[in-house]
Design a binder for this molecule. Structure first.
Ligand code: GUN
Length: 295
């Protein structure tokens, strides 16, 4: 029997509707709403589209949202000044600087300039450090945090499971491992992290009860690399040429979906899997940051 699909689209819609209710209640109680600022430097089409989606999703949930777009040749000092202004702005509770940034700007310096309490991406070293020491009162990076929600909401709690994470990026792989290791709901897993330099990757992935793949390369995981009955979460989003389509390309994940769905018990599709969860958890982090600012 082929695997059941984990629909990020459906889970995201449920969480977004809960968030909209939470925002409405907070507005009634405090007279204020959470505020999100997104900063885009340059004109990369993919980044433009992500930032647009983040803003419109925020507005739909009743979150105040400001998009700041700067030219590609913006000096680093100007961006740092903008971030300082947003840190001091009482109407803004979440700040997201879209990555990657143009070459003249030191990405790490910018991430470190964001007030950790407004760091809804969870990329500030203070939040990275807190998460890796097991803190639960921390803003966690949106994509791995979304993966945890998908697992919990399909009855696939990581507790006591062997989770294999393939990928060691700061945005997904590393925080994914930290979240799975944390004590408590959504964590308590045994975690192995593999990556592009892991020899005999299949020998590792075949041990996984829950396999999470985030390397950015199609067909990284094929059916022979998956234990029958495993839960497979595909974080990859890759464009592959498809001349027969209108856009000329197709989106695929890092997992050979057609092959692996015959072996796994649950699998996320691409698109419509992890993708919609990332933006949803950004909204969730923004509302959490607002609530904490009231304390
Ligand atoms: N670029 C790709 N993914 C992300 C993300 O999650 N946050 C930000 N700020 N930039 C990104």
């Amino acid at each position: 029997m082929p695997a059941q699909l984990i629909s990020g689209r459906e889970i995201a819609a449920t969480i977004r509707s809960d968030l909209a209710e939470r925002v409405a209640r907070l507005k009634a109680d405090t007279g204020r709403v959470p505020g999100l600022a997104t900063v885009l430097v340059g004109e990369d089409p993919a980044s433009q589209s992500y930032v647009r989606m983040k803003n419109s999703a925020a507005k739909e949930a009743g979150i105040h949202s400001e998009q700041i777009t700067l030219p590609a040749d913006t000096p680093e000092a100007e961006l740092l000044g903008l971030v300082a202004g947003l840190n001091a702005n009482p109407d803004i509770h979440g700040i997201l600087v879209q990555l990657p940034l143009p070459g003249q700007i030191d990405e790490q310096k910018v991430l470190e300039a964001i007030d950790p309490a407004k760091d809804v991406d969870g990329f500030h070293p203070v939040n990275v450090g807190k998460l890796s020491t097991g803190a639960t009162d921390v803003l966690a990076p949106c994509t791995p945090w979304g993966v945890i929600q998908m697992l919990l909401r399909t009855g696939n709690s990581p507790r006591g499971k062997h989770c294999v994470v393939v990928g060691r990026s700061n945005i997904v792989g590393r925080p994914m491992a930290s979240l799975l290791l944390r004590r408590g709901e959504g964590g308590d897993a045994t975690v192995t992290v593999a990556h592009s330099r892991t020899p005999d990757l299949g020998a590792i992935t075949r041990q996984a009860d829950i396999l999470i793949v985030a390397v950015g390369r199609p067909d990284t995981v094929t059916a022979d690399m998956v234990r029958p009955g495993a839960v497979v979460i595909d974080v990859g989003v890759n464009r592959v040429d498809a001349p027969d389509t209108d856009r000329g390309y197709r989106l695929v994940g890092d997992v050979d979906f057609d092959g692996v769905r015959e072996v796994a018990s649950w699998i996320t599709p691409v698109p419509g899997g992890v993708g919609p969860m990332t933006i949803t958890m950004l909204l969730s982090n923004t509302v959490d940051a607002f609530e904490r600012s009231l304390e």
